[in-house]
Design a protein around this ligand. Structure first.
Ligand code: G16
Length: 544
């Protein structure tokens, strides 16, 4: 096998964001662009030579071509074996599962997650480490530094290889094994959940489900698990075929983008559970008949109930949530007498806590929930957890959540996104907020008196690292919070997120529309951040 050494020059914009490198396809397909990034990973991690690597993606436009480039570069860098999902398909949690199960040194996941796909849309690549989780900030910084000084890369001078037929083949001295993308993941789910109990409830019509795969990666996984294993009708999986452009949709499981599912859940005779997942299968949206479960509430309900489920009977070691996620799960942890950790946005921050055995369950307001079974959030895991919970408790989704609020109180919660504003305006809003922080403590608006105002800084209790500037928090003495931060996953301009939260202990007050319950905080956020005024956007682009 001949190895070509190709001269190149650095691109200055290859700093991974919240979850890997995400760019417009037109940026990624520039000559040498992807190769430079992949070479930077190999340069930063010499341990990949002689190791096993996992490879797969969400099937979006350029997925297959990128996989071929990575296979050839892996062969050139002396990787011993690449395990690839058939057709270069793997959901993010399945990739994490494979890295752990087969003791790989890491893996490349090709996805821009919930961002749209197609020639004019987005592509992404991220590297996961040997624990199966997103590379730490230390590793991504190292990769970025390498990308700034790169002058050449190495690639095997070979034809494209067959990534569609199952089995093992030689690529020079390297082994390429094409595996079924679903089997190992499905086996893991079998260990964690009582699938027979769910199947029985479905058979007896005590339970029904509709799942929207959004023409993204979870289609094959949902078919195998929900229809094949649990016996739900094939029609229970909507938009099941993965497409390169996700059928022109935006594979983001929320009420705006999964609106067909949402409409079905608000019609008479809606199924017991409605759920959706995103481009790469790590996000989840949970709905009941005429009922939407916020991701923060879903996390809290799972924390309170997980011990009912087969794989979690030993109980929870601890829980974690990202800082902007509502404090609902903290209340459960307090009652259970376990630790609750608050991390910055980004699944990578849960990795150390999971590896150190400090937590069993973690989640984020951005439709992400997961446990220590893998090191990524896991969309279908959350769906199966809810199905299992409904089958055990024999209650509707709405009843389970309302009962939870009765015990723990309700955290009214909403996120307002202002997408695609010029970056300079996003930065000016954050500067305006940071400039006010020192004067805010003690100020009062109505019932809301400021107790803490800061720019969140995370001190990792496992490795001692500090991650500053993770979002502006304004916390009131009554427990309400307003949080502002700029998204780290967009590919154009800036997206400003405002997270709003108010705690209501009184069960008689649990039936309000969250936007109304949060109206005073919404107005106060505008007063402090001038988001609408400065961006000239009259309303948020997405409210979740
Ligand atoms: C990624 C990260 C999540 C994060 C989310 C939103 O999710 O893995 O941890 O919460 O982005 O991040 P941001 O608010 O910075 O846009 P995914 O599903 O896009 O990989």
């Amino acid at each position: 096998m001949h190895i070509d050494t190709i001269s190149t020059a650095p691109f200055t914009d290859q700093k991974p964001g919240t979850s890997g490198l995400r760019k417009k396809v037109r940026v990624i397909v520039q000559p040498h662009y992807l190769e430079n990034f992949v070479e930077s990973v190999f340069d930063a991690l010499p341990s990949l030579t002689g190791s096993t690597l996992v490879l797969g993606g969400d099937g979006r436009y350029f997925n297959r071509q990128a996989a071929q480039i990575i296979i050839k570069m892996a062969a050139a860098h002396g990787v011993a074996k690449v395990l690839i999902g058939q057709g270069a398909l793997l959901s993010t949690p399945a990739a994490s599962c494979l890295i752990r199960k087969y003791k790989a040194e890491g893996g490349f996941i090709l996805s821009a997650s919930h961002n749209p796909g197609g020639p004019d849309e987005d592509f992404g690549i991220k590297f996961n480490a040997s624990n199966g989780g997103p590379a730490s900030e230390q590793i991504t910084n190292e990769i970025y530094q390498r990308s700034l000084s790169i002058s050449e890369y190495q690639i095997a001078a070979i034809e494209d290889v067959d990534i569609d037929s199952l089995g093992t083949r030689a690529v020079g001295p390297m082994t390429l094994e094409v595996i079924d993308p679903v089997t190992d993941y499905a086996e893991l789910m079998e260990e964690l959940f009582d699938l027979d109990l769910i199947a029985q409830a479905l058979k007896e019509d005590r339970l029904s489900i509709v799942f929207d795969a959004m023409h993204a990666i979870t289609g094959p996984y949902a078919h195998r698990l929900l229809s094949g294993r649990l016996g739900a009708p094939v029609s229970a999986v909507m938009n099941a075929i993965p497409l390169e452009d996700f059928g022109g949709g935006h594979p983001d499981p929320n009420l705006v983008h999964a609106h067909a599912l949402a409409e079905r859940m608000y019609q008479p005779g809606a199924p017991t559970l409605g759920a959706a997942s995103d481009g790469d299968g790590d996000r989840n949206m949970i709905m009941g008949d005429h009922f939407f479960v916020t991701p923060s509430d879903s996390l809290a309900v799972l924390a309170a109930n997980l011990h009912h489920l087969k794989g979690y009977r030993a109980g929870l070691k601890g829980v974690a949530r990202s800082m902007p996620t509502s404090q609902a799960v903290d209340r459960v942890a307090k009652r259970l007498g376990i630790d609750a950790y608050e991390t910055p946005t980004g699944w990578k921050f849960f990795g150390n806590l999971l590896d150190a055995g400090k937590i069993t369950l973690c989640g984020e307001e951005s439709f992400g929930t997961g446990s220590d079974h893998v090191r990524e959030k896991d969309g279908l895991w959350a769906v199966l957890a809810w199905l299992n919970l409904i089958a055990v408790r024999q209650q509707s989704v709405a009843d389970i959540v309302r009962e939870h609020w009765k015990i723990f109180g309700r955290d009214y919660y909403s996120r307002h996104d202002y997408e695609g504003m010029p970056s300079a305006i996003g930065d000016s809003i954050m500067s305006l907020l940071r400039g006010q922080l020192s004067d805010l403590v003690g100020q009062q608006w109505g019932d809301n008196k400021v107790a803490i105002a800061d720019d969140f800084s995370y001190h990792d209790p496992v490795d001692g690292s500090i991650s500053p500037h993770q979002g502006v928090r304004i916390i009131f003495t009554n427990g309400s919070r307003i949080v502002f931060r700029l998204s780290g996953t967009g590919t154009e301009g800036a997206t400003l997120r405002i997270y709003l939260e108010r705690f209501e202990p009184d069960a008689k007050e649990h039936g309000h529309d969250p936007q109304k319950a949060l109206a005073d905080l919404i107005e106060l956020a505008e007063q402090l951040g001038e988001v609408r005024a400065r961006s000239n956007m009259k309303v948020p682009t997405v409210i979740t």
